[in-house]
Design a protein around this ligand. Structure first.
Ligand code: SAH
Length: 234
C-alpha cells in the first residue's frame, strides 16, 4: 500500500491524517526497518507491506465506533507496537498502554515513543497475566493482534476491562476460536456482540474484529497462571 492509498483508506475509516501524523508513520517505518536488521522485530520489512499489514491493519480497529469515545486502551503482546502505536498516533486523546514480555521489543517501543513524541503511550515490560492481575477494571478498550488463542486472550484481557468496556481482538480466521471460547468468555463476564469481517485491501485476505462487551465483573480468580490458562487449549 503506497502512502497515497494509505491516506485514502484511512479516510474510509474516518481518519483524516495530517502532515505531522504522516511524518510519524514514516519515521516509525524507518525505525522498524533499521532495528529489524539488528533484532528480529517483524517478518514484514518492505515499505508497502509495512503500510498495509502493520499500519492500515492496526487502524482497522477504528471500524468499531466505541473506540472514538474511549480514553484508555490496553494492547497485550504488542510486539513492535501493533495495533497500539498506529492508534496512538491518530488519536492523541487516548492513553495507550503497551504490554510486551520481550525486553528488546520494549526497548524498541520506548525508542519509538521518544522519537515520535508519543506522550499518550506507556510501555510495560511484563507478562500480560501478571499485569492484568494487578490492573483490574481499568480500561475502556483492550485489544491484541496475533498473540494467542481467543480463549487465552480472553482470560488475559477481560479482567482489565471496565464494565461496559470492549475487548476487541484482531484475527484473520476466527470462527472456530469463537465456538471454542464462548463459554469461557461468558465465565469471565463478557458477551460476544458482533463479528466485524472485512478484507484487507490489495491482497484481499480475511480479517475480523470481534466485539466482546464486558457486562459483569470478572470472578476474582482470573487471570490464573499462564500454564493453567493454556492447558485448556487443545
Ligand atoms: N501484536 C504484534 C505482535 C505479535 S507477536 C503484531 O500483531 O505484530 C506476539 C507478541 O506477544 C510477541 O512479541 C510476544 O513476546 C508477546 N507475548 C506473547 N505472550 C505474551 C504474554 N503472556 N504477555 C506479554 N506478551 C506476550
Amino acid at each position: 500500500m503506497n502512502k497515497e492509498r494509505f491516506i485514502e483508506e484511512a479516510k474510509e475509516l474516518n481518519i483524516i491524517l495530517d502532515k505531522e501524523e504522516l511524518d510519524k508513520f514514516e519515521t516509525y517505518k524507518n525505525l522498524l526497518k533499521e532495528y529489524n536488521k539488528k533484532f528480529n522485530l517483524t517478518s514484514i520489512t518492505d515499505d508497502e507491506n509495512i503500510y498495509l499489514k502493520h499500519f492500515y491493519d492496526s487502524l482497522c480497529l477504528f471500524k468499531v465506533p466505541e473506540l472514538i469515545n474511549a480514553s484508555t486502551l490496553l494492547d497485550i503482546g504488542t510486539g513492535a507496537g501493533f495495533p497500539g502505536i498506529p492508534i496512538a498516533i491518530c488519536k492523541k486523546n487516548i492513553k495507550v498502554t503497551l504490554v510486551e514480555a520481550n525486553g528488546k521489543k520494549c526497548n524498541f517501543l520506548n525508542l519509538v515513543k521518544e522519537k515520535l513524541n508519543l506522550n499518550n503511550v506507556e510501555v510495560i515490560n511484563r507478562r500480560a497475566e501478571d499485569y492484568t492481575k494487578t490492573h483490574k477494571n481499568e480500561y475502556d478498550i483492550v485489544t491484541s493482534r496475533a498473540v494467542a488463542h481467543l480463549s487465552v486472550l480472553s482470560e488475559l484481557e477481560i479482567p482489565s476491562l471496565k464494565i461496559n468496556g470492549y475487548f476487541l481482538p484482531l484475527k484473520s480466521n476466527i470462527d472456530n476460536e469463537i465456538i471454542e471460547s464462548s463459554n469461557k468468555i461468558e465465565k469471565l463476564g463478557g458477551i460476544i456482540e458482533e463479528k466485524i469481517a472485512f478484507k484487507l485491501p490489495i491482497e484481499n485476505s480475511n480479517r475480523s474484529i470481534i466485539k466482546i462487551k464486558k457486562i459483569k465483573e470478572t470472578p476474582e480468580i482470573y487471570p490464573r497462571e499462564y500454564s493453567k490458562i493454556i492447558k485448556e487449549i487443545k
